[in-house]
Design a protein around this ligand. Structure first.
Ligand SMILES: Cc1cc2nc3c(=O)[nH]c(=O)nc-3n(C[C@H](O)[C@H](O)[C@H](O)COP(=O)(O)O)c2cc1C
Length: 180
């Protein structure tokens, strides 16, 4: 059987989306998938990805993916300044590469504030739209994890929910009998 491969590319200002990304990567590895886990600032260009599926994660800022301005807001609220340099929106803007005949599957996840659950808007849904525009093939529903306030931590049970989502992704998108 061909080795199944995934990249988990994440943006995170306070570390919560990074923790979800690690949990997701662990769940994929537990399903015997080879995983690269990389912050978006160190991610390879989309054209260089040699994987079956890419998982894209980011915090929700102002109802959508972050921009430089919202990341600077996060820095003012205590996030490390070096994390403001780039984000998933910028990576996806640069990602138009795949021949339509063989698009790489893309699954999206985000983090959101648990105290404003009623508010619309999700970084992951925006990421899915941009990913489709860039030629990826969005798969599975977007997954949201909730944090306490702005800087977290993640609410209880969120890492388990994220692992369960990734396990479902592995079963649906990369079944063990896959020949890709
Ligand atoms: C500038 C800014 C705008 C935000 N806007 C929203 C929002 O619209 N909806 C929401 O649920 N959370 C919002 N949040 C909370 C973030 O989603 C939260 O900080 C993030 O999930 C934490 O993830 P991280 O630790 O990976 O940065 C906002 C946070 C910041 C800093």
């Amino acid at each position: 059987m061909t080795q199944r491969r995934a990249s988990v590319i994440y943006e995170s200002m306070f570390g919560n989306t990074a923790a979800v990304a690690e949990a997701v990567a662990d769940a994929l590895r537990a399903a015997d998938i080879t995983v690269d886990l990389v912050p978006v600032s160190a991610a390879p260009r989309a054209a260089a990805l040699a994987v079956d599926v890419v998982l894209l994660g980011a915090p929700t800022h102002a109802f959508t993916l972050s921009r430089a301005r919202t990341r600077e807001d996060a820095v003012r609220q205590g996030a490390p300044a070096d994390r403001a340099a780039t984000g998933l929106r910028e990576w996806l803007a640069d990602a138009r590469i795949h021949p339509p005949s063989a698009p790489i599957a893309a699954a999206v996840f985000d983090t959101r504030s648990g105290s404003v659950r009623h508010l619309p808007g999700s970084a992951a849904r925006k990421a899915a739209r941009l990913a489709r525009g860039a030629g990826f093939r969005p798969v599975l529903g977007a997954h949201s994890s909730y944090v306490d306030g702005i800087d977290g931590p993640l609410l209880e049970g969120e890492l388990d929910r994220a692992r369960a989502w990734a396990t479902e992704l592995a079963a649906q998108v990369l079944p063990r009998h896959s020949t890709t």
